[in-house]
Design a protein around this ligand. Structure first.
Ligand code: SF4
Length: 466
C-alpha cells in the first residue's frame, strides 16, 4: 500500500526529470474478460483512459458498455469540483451492489485525480474495502502489474511526488480522426483554488523530438487532427533544456498534419512568438482557449493568476489584431472568496469587451488542501445569481459569434453521425464550431466545405458544397 500526502504533493524538487521509455507488457491472463471504463473530468482524464484501455486490452480484455457483465470496472475520477465526488460515490454504490449481488469476483478500480487527494485515499481504505485497486495519475503504467499481482486485500499505489516522464506510451484511441498528444504533465502555477498541482504533480515536459515523432506516426496512420495536451501547454519546455512552446507548435505544424490544436494555455505564459506562429501557419487552428477566471485584478491576485485585467485585455487584443477571425473561449469562476458585486461587474466588463465565442462558467468550489479553501466563502444564493447573470451574457455573445457564419462556406472536419439526429453528420470548423451537416458516412474523416444554412447558440447546420 502506498498512499498520497498533500504536503509531499506540494513539494517541488530541482531534480532533473527522468524520461523513461516503457516496454509493452503483454499477457493473456485476463483473456475473455470484459472491462468497463467510466471517465470523469477533463481531456487529460479522457486521454489517460485511452492509455488504461490499451493496458487492459494488452492483458487480454475486451470492452463492454455496462457494469453488468464486466469483470473489471475502472472509474477514472476528477477532483476539480465538489460535485465530481458526489458523482463518483453515486456510481461506486452501483458497482458495490453489482459486486455483492451478481458478480462477487468483480474487480473495482479507482484512479485519476481523486485518489491523489490524501483524504479520498484514506476514505477508500476505511469505508470502501470492496474497492480492489486504487492508483493515481502518476502510476497508470503500474496497472498491468497491479492486475497481474492482484492480492486479496486492497492494492493501493498512489504516489505524491512524480519525477518522471513516460515515453513510448501506447493508447487505444477513441477516434481514428482526431488524437490527443500529451506534451507536458503537471503544473507549477499553484493557483490558490486549484488542486491540479497536487494531484498531477510538478510540471514535466516531454522531449520535443518524441512529440514530433508521435505526430508523424499519427499522420501516417491517417489522423487529420492532433490536440497538444497539458495543464499549462504554453509553459512547455520551461522545465527542460528543449525548445519553447512556440517552436514546438511550428515543428508540429511542419509535419503537415491537417489540423493542430492545443489546450490549455495560461495567459501569463502566452508569448508574442506564439501569436506569430499561430497566425502564420494554416494548419494551426485559429482557436484559442484563454482562461480569464475573473475580470477583477484584485480577485486575480487572490487567485494567484499572475496577470491583471489590463494585461489580459492587452493579450486578447494582440491576438485579435494578428488574427481577427480567431475564436477565443474562456473559463470563468464566480463567487471566489472576497468577490464583491464590483469585482463581479468587472468580470462582466471583460466579457462585454471580449465577446467570447463560448465559456465554461463555474461557481467557486473549495478544494480541501488549497489556500482558497481556508478563505471566507460567499453566500450560495449570491453565487448562483451571479452565475445566472454571467451565463446570459455568455450565451448572447456565443449566438452573436455563430451568427457571423450564416451563409458562409467554411471547412469542416467530418467526424461521424450527429448525436442529435442520426440522419446528419457532425464535425467542427477550424474555429471549433460544431456543425451538423447533411451527408453520408463516406465523408467521415474528410475536411469538406460546408455552406452554413442555420445557426443556433451552440451549433450550426449546413450543407456540403463542391
Ligand atoms: S495553471 Fe491551471 S492547472 Fe495550474 S494551478 Fe492554475 S488553474 Fe490549476
Amino acid at each position: 500500500m502506498n498512499l498520497p500526502n498533500m504536503l509531499d504533493a506540494k513539494k517541488r524538487n530541482s531534480e532533473e526529470t527522468k524520461h523513461i521509455y516503457l516496454d509493452d507488457k503483454v499477457s493473456d491472463m485476463y483473456k475473455n474478460k470484459k472491462y468497463f471504463i467510466r471517465t470523469y473530468g477533463c481531456q487529460m482524464n479522457v486521454h489517460d483512459s485511452e492509455e488504461i484501455a490499451y493496458i487492459l486490452e494488452s492483458v487480454g480484455m475486451t470492452p463492454i458498455d455496462t457494469i453488468e457483465g464486466a469483470d473489471v470496472v475502472v472509474l477514472n475520477t476528477c477532483a476539480i469540483r465538489e460535485n465530481a465526488h458526489d458523482k463518483l460515490y453515486g456510481f461506486l454504490g452501483r458497482c458495490k451492489h453489482e459486486k455483492e449481488t451478481n458478480n462477487h469476483d468483480l474487480i473495482i478500480c479507482i484512479c485519476g485525480c481523486m485518489p491523489q487527494e490524501e483524504s479520498v485515499a484514506n476514505d477508500l481504505i476505511k469505508n470502501h474495502p470492496y474497492v480492489d485497486i486504487v492508483f493515481g495519475t502518476h502510476n497508470i503504467h503500474e496497472l498491468t502489474d497491479m492486475l497481474l499481482n492482484k492480492m486479496d486485500n486492497q492494492n493501493i499505489k498512489v504516489y505524491s511526488m512524480q519525477g518522471e516522464v513516460f515515453e513510448n506510451v501506447k493508447y487505444k484511441r477513441d477516434s481514428n480522426i482526431k488524437a490527443w498528444v500529451d506534451i507536458q504533465y503537471g503544473c507549477d502555477k499553484f493557483c490558490t483554488y486549484c488542486i491540479v498541482p497536487y494531484t498531477r504533480g510538478k510540471q514535466r515536459s516531454r522531449y520535443s523530438t518524441e512529440i514530433v515523432k508521435e505526430v508523424e506516426c499519427l499522420k501516417k496512420e491517417g489522423y487529420k487532427e492532433v490536440t497538444l495536451l497539458g495543464q499549462n501547454v504554453n509553459a512547455y519546455g520551461k522545465d527542460i533544456d528543449d525548445i519553447s512552446f512556440a517552436e514546438l507548435l511550428a515543428k508540429v505544424a511542419d509535419t503537415g498534419i491537417d489540423r493542430v490544436r492545443f489546450v490549455t494555455s495560461h495567459p501569463w505564459d502566452f508569448t508574442d512568438d506564439m501569436i506569430e506562429v499561430i497566425s502564420e501557419r494554416d494548419n494551426i487552428m485559429p482557436y484559442i482557449h484563454l482562461p480569464l477566471q475573473s475580470g477583477s485584478s484584485k480577485i486575480l491576485k487572490l487567485m494567484g493568476r499572475r496577470y491583471t485585467k489590463e494585461e489580459y485585455l492587452t493579450l486578447y487584443n494582440n491576438i485579435k489584431a494578428a488574427m481577427p477571425e480567431c475564436a477565443i473561449t474562456t473559463d470563468i469562476i464566480v463567487g471566489f472568496p472576497g468577490e464583491t458585486e464590483e469585482d463581479f461587474n468587472e468580470t462582466l466588463d471583460v466579457v462585454n469587451a471580449c465577446k467570447y465565442d463560448s465559456a465554461f462558467t463555474f461557481i467557486y468550489s473549495p478544494r480541501e488542501g488549497t489556500p482558497a479553501a481556508k478563505m471566507e466563502q460567499l453566500d450560495k444564493k449570491v453565487c448562483e445569481d451571479r452565475l445566472h447573470k454571467l451565463n446570459e451574457l455568455i450565451n448572447k455573445y456565443a449566438k452573436e459569434a455563430n451568427d457571423k457564419y450564416l451563409d458562409k462556406v467554411v471547412p469542416v472536419l467530418i467526424e461521424g453521425l450527429s448525436e442529435k439526429n442520426e440522419s446528419l453528420m457532425m464535425g467542427y470548423t477550424d474555429t471549433m464550431k460544431l456543425v451538423n451537416v447533411k451527408g453520408d458516412l463516406s465523408n467521415v474523416g474528410k475536411i469538406v466545405n460546408v455552406h452554413i444554412t442555420d445557426v443556433k447558440t451552440w451549433s450550426m447546420d449546413g450543407e456540403i458544397v463542391e
